[in-house]
Design a protein around this ligand. Structure first.
Ligand SMILES: Cc1cc2nc3c(=O)[nH]c(=O)nc-3n(C[C@H](O)[C@H](O)[C@H](O)COP(=O)(O)OP(=O)(O)OC[C@H]3O[C@@H](n4cnc5c(N)ncnc54)[C@H](O)[C@@H]3O)c2cc1C
Length: 391
């Protein structure tokens, strides 16, 4: 990897996002956490500055600046506010199935509205009884003439109630396991679609996480993504490209906490000197910064791999989400420790960062699932190299 992986243009965009994050987003972060209200004002800010266009190609009205740039922007925003960083990550997660599998017609219908930020999307895979085991889902879709009729519900859906479209996974063949799942675009005004309870939660409080219901919900047959029965593959291809977005959120939270802890440790004195000069605190700061830098190395590597069209991405993407999520939790916990009692109270942002970090170990596949994925891919690689040796 080059020492400076970002081009001059990418550094300019990063600096613009960094300035907006510091000046306009950071001052709202504590309020958003306190009120747990979805920050529409910051969606407007991201729209105005074309930041919601970062995941999209120019021909659909996006910036055409690629995945690495998107990840850098998510990191910059998440340094100050993980809820707002997630809004940008979701613009990618909720659009990826359309970007990857959509017909020209589907892309032209949806991507420009998503690239301008007029519409927010959601990705609806999880159900009350199926999280890690996605194939156990019970939502069904049956074909009736030119329509599909969906019945069932999804749980823990980010952007529930604020999204204009939902990419929904449902069984078109309930007996076929993975091979019976199909993917659909459901617009929020579709008949039979309803939003249920929005969950109160530990962190990323301004982001909505809710239930959505399909009661004889009718969508045109043209809203099927890919072919019937390909939904599980669609879902996994999305996750290979979206997990780095969560990794970027995690690195942002970790770096934000490290920067704050460093500043605090320079100013806080005990026993006649700044705590940053006590070796035990200095060691913590050094470990925190080192973990952030190592995590960023993986993050940039996966961003560049996606921009270069490298395949397969599954192992690298899972490793990146795994490592970045784990260090985010470790680093933010240490940041609270560096601030001592002040770390534990709401006057300072590190307790919020610690609460926000936890979700990066859970969504888009828990850390246990990432480890299973990485180990499975290692075994596949080993089998392939053994076979190549025999041939
Ligand atoms: C704030 C929030 C936002 C979310 N946003 C979305 C969203 O936008 N779209 C969406 O579809 N989903 C979303 N989710 C759901 C999330 O992806 C799931 O919660 C997650 O995948 C885990 O599923 P589960 O909660 O059912 O846990 P379970 O699958 O029940 O797992 C419970 C525990 O068992 C472990 N476990 C399960 N299976 C295995 C195994 N085979 N081996 C080892 N350990 C295992 C898990 O790692 C976990 O520790 C969100 C969740 C939250 C909390």
């Amino acid at each position: 990897m080059p020492l400076e992986p970002l081009t001059g243009e990418q550094r300019e965009i990063r600096d613009l996002v960094r300035t907006l994050a510091r000046e306009r987003i950071a001052p709202r972060a504590a309020e958003i956490d306190e009120s747990a209200e979805f920050p529409w004002d910051l969606v407007e800010l991201l729209r105005e500055h074309e930041i919601l266009g970062l995941p999209f190609e120019e021909r659909y009205g996006g910036t055409g600046t690629g995945t690495l740039m998107l990840l850098v922007a998510i990191e910059e925003i998440s340094k100050v506010c993980a809820t707002t960083g997630l809004i940008l990550a979701l613009q990618e997660l909720g659009s990826l199935a359309i970007k990857n599998e959509g017909t020209d017609e589907q892309k032209e219908r949806y991507l420009p509205r998503l690239a301008s930020g007029e519409w927010l999307p959601a990705y609806a895979l999880t159900e009350a009884g199926s999280g890690s085991d996605a194939a156990a889902m019970r939502t069904e879709a049956r074909r009736e003439g030119d329509e599909y009729v969906l019945n069932g519900s999804k749980r823990f859906i980010t952007n529930a109630g604020v999204a204009s479209l939902y990419v929904v996974f449902a069984k078109t063949d309930s007996k076929a396991g993975h091979a019976g799942i199909s993917a659909f675009v459901v617009e929020s005004d579709a008949p039979g679609f309803a939003v249920g309870r929005i969950e109160p939660k530990l962190g990323i409080k301004g982001s909505t996480t809710g239930e959505v219901f399909f009661n004889d919900c009718r969508v045109p047959s043209g809203n099927l993504l890919a072919e019937e029965g390909e939904g599980f593959k669609v879902a996994m291809r999305v996750l290979d490209r979206s997990r780095p977005g969560i990794a970027a959120q995690a690195v942002g939270i970790a770096q934000g906490a490290t920067d704050f802890a460093l500043e605090y440790a320079r100013g806080r004195e005990t026993m006649g000197k700044p705590i940053a000069e006590h070796q035990l605190i200095a060691a913590k700061l050094a470990d925190m910064e080192t973990k952030c830098e190592a995590a960023r190395g993986l993050l940039y590597k996966v961003g560049m791999a996606i921009d270069e069209g490298a395949e397969p991405l599954t192992k690298l993407s899972a490793m990146t989400k795994l490592y970045c999520g784990d260090i985010a939790m470790e680093v933010t916990t240490e940041a609270v420790q560096v601030l001592g009692g002040y770390g534990y109270i709401k006057e300072y942002p590190v307790e919020r960062m610690m609460r926000d970090a936890k979700i990066t170990q859970i969504y888009e596949g828990t850390q246990e699932i990432q480890r299973l994925v990485v180990a499975r891919e290692m075994l596949k690689e080993q089998r392939a190299s053994l076979l190549a040796g025999v041939a």
